[in-house]
Design a protein around this ligand. Structure first.
Ligand code: ADP
Ligand code: MG
Length: 340
């Protein structure tokens, strides 16, 4: 019997495919900023400037001094599944760059008006791509400048989910702070409607950068974490109980330079505090776990804030021990420890 509701199967037009895919990666203006700033870090930038207007919905402009994109590749940069970062499965499993899926710029392009301008390393002039057209542009400094206008104008349903400009701007500042924590050697500046929100000069070490971003109470109330075991290491700072707070809003975890939300990692840190922090108080911390790329799968979700560890039990035990050691009273003046 034939169903009246039945419609024939058809392949979706490519623009719609891109818009559907973009929904996963680009949730709000802060997602755009994350992708653009991560690209700048991957490009080896030492200075990254971000200007936003209208909470990023009206305009996002990210300028970097990285390696740039050659004129011939400007079109490819905006194409889906086009990347300079991996070539094969082996490289995927050993990936050390923040990007590798080759879909961020394409996704942004599917839901906003994008222009990419770049002076590539070794090139003699600046080129720009906008609306599919590559033209010469002004500019004499090496690097890339990406402008994103009118986010979600093509997808009004998504636009309706946006919060106030102030809320979106705060999410953007969070996102930039996370990337800045993992990249202290890079300077970051962020302006919203011309007003400075963040100014983070390059810092010689993780501790210096972390203390600029974490609550100021940590300055005198923190311990340094620094432990190594084989190919694993955990470094960073943990707040002492005196700096604990009611909200868990200064807890930053990174795996191989990538900000993550991970239950195993977070649980291990919390477990290390069990004897020193009671009740509902929340510790502040910023911790960087480094493990072999083959020990962790970062390709779990398009935004890559979720990871999967091959041996989560081992990670849990190591993290808990490293944080406990740092928090132990005796470690106040102790040297960095090396686990057996
Ligand atoms: P991915 O980062 O996963 O490779 P993207 O869509 O974010 O994918 O970027 C596509 C490509 O464009 C990158 O692989 C890179 O070669 C280039 N690119 C993007 N942004 C920059 C930048 N700021 N500087 C230099 N190259 C860039
Ligand atoms: Mg990218």
């Amino acid at each position: 019997k034939e169903s009246a509701a039945r419609r024939e199967i058809q392949e979706l037009p490519s623009e719609l495919i891109s818009q559907i895919a973009a929904g996963e990666v680009i949730e709000r203006p802060a997602s755009v900023v994350k992708e653009l700033v991560e690209n700048a870090v991957d490009a080896g930038a030492t200075s990254i400037e971000i200007r936003i207007e209208g909470g990023g919905l009206k305009r996002i402009l990210v300028t970097d001094d990285g390696c740039g994109i050659p004129k011939e590749e400007l079109g490819l940069a905006l194409k889906r599944h086009a990347t300079s970062k991996i070539r094969n499965l082996f490289e995927l499993e050993n990936v050390t760059s923040l990007g590798f899926r080759g879909e961020a710029l394409a996704s942004i392009d599917a839901v906003a008006a994008v222009s990419v301008q770049s002076l590539a390393e070794g090139a003699t002039r600046t080129w720009k791509i906008e609306g599919g057209e590559v033209t010469p542009a002004a500019g004499t400094t090496r690097g890339t400048r990406i402008e994103v206008r009118d986010l979600f104008y093509k997808t009004p349903a998504r636009r309706k989910f946006m919060k106030s400009e102030t809320t979106e701007a705060a999410h953007i500042a969070d996102q930039v702070s996370r990337i800045a924590l993992a990249n202290p050697q890079v300077s970051f500046r962020l302006w919203n409607n011309g007003r400075e929100m963040l100014n983070l000069p390059a810092s010689p070490d993780l501790e210096g950068r972390a203390l600029k971003i974490l609550p100021s109470r940590l300055e005198v109330n923190h311990r340094v974490v620094d432990m190594e075991a084989g190919s694993m290491s955990l470094v960073g700072i943990v707040g002492l109980p005196a700096a604990a707070k009611a909200k868990a809003d200064a807890q930053y975890l990174f795996v191989n330079g990538r900000f993550v939300r991970d239950r195993v990692f977070a649980h291990a840190v919390r477990a290390a505090y069990q004897d020193v922090l009671h009740g509902q108080l929340q510790p502040s911390y910023c911790l960087f776990l480094t493990i072999a790329p083959t020990e962790v799968d970062v390709n779990v979700h398009p935004t890559k804030t979720e990871v999967r560890f091959r041996d989560s039990g081992r990670i849990h035990a190591f993290v808990q021990k490293a944080v406990e050691t740092a928090l132990a009273p005796a470690s106040a003046s102790a040297e960095p420890t090396v686990a057996p």
